[in-house]
Write a protein that binds this ligand. Structure first.
Ligand code: URA
Length: 205
């Protein structure tokens, strides 16, 4: 259930997909990146959380949501009553994109062509996991799942039907919460927890 159809969806179980994605060269991001950061979680997860793209620490470890944004997400999941190990966590784009600034690798946003090239992996993950709930974290994921006219600012926290028996919801990206001005951050975090709480209620019912 993605907003736009995908031409050729890779086949195989999650482990096979992960292996295939290791060698992906569908866009130029593979070359400077350390490795593909594929999704993580059980194939029978009821909920799939879709982020934007791996950051520096995800690139180095090969796992999604392990850096600062991941730590904030972990805290929010916990407060919302969701167990991370029961969820499938993945990203819209599966390679880290960066530019060198001195010795630091500064995060750069994947462009539309890079997002498009990577959509086949998300589609393949969805076919394997078949989640009941898809949670788009941030605009990049929300546009991929709901279409480009979706506005997280206006439409977060509301359920939308994606397919038979598949519901979608969007919320703030944890990195966006971290970047919010100090006086807004606590509220943004509370909204993320509130939206994840809706996910908890839905998958437990
Ligand atoms: N931000 C994301 O969108 N995904 C990650 O895996 C880490 C940070």
């Amino acid at each position: 259930p993605l907003a736009k159809p995908v031409d050729e969806i890779p086949t195989g179980k999650l482990r096979t997909l992960q292996r295939k994605a290791r060698d992906c060269q569908a866009c130029p991001l593979w070359r400077p990146a350390t490795q593909t950061v594929f999704g993580q979680g059980p194939a029978d997860a009821l909920a799939m959380l879709v982020g934007e793209q791996p950051g520096n620490q995800e690139d180095l470890t090969g796992a999604p949501f392990v850096g600062p944004a991941g730590r904030l997400l972990d805290r929010a999941l916990d407060e919302a009553g969701l167990d991370r190990d029961t969820l499938y966590l993945t990203n819209t784009v599966k390679h880290f994109k960066f530019e060198m600034r001195g010795k630091a690798r500064l995060h750069k946003r994947a462009n539309a062509a890079e997002q498009e090239a990577c959509r086949m992996w998300l589609a393949a993950e969805m076919l394997q996991v078949r989640p009941r709930v898809v949670v788009a974290l941030g605009a990049m994921a929300a546009h991929t799942v709901f279409g480009n006219s979706f506005r997280v600012t206006r439409e977060r926290g509301r359920w939308r039907g994606l397919a038979d028996d598949v519901q979608g919801i969007a919320s703030w990206h944890p990195s966006a919460v971290l970047r919010m001005p100090e006086d807004r951050r606590e509220e943004g975090y509370a909204e993320l927890v509130e939206d994840l709480g809706k996910v908890a209620t839905t998958i437990k019912s």
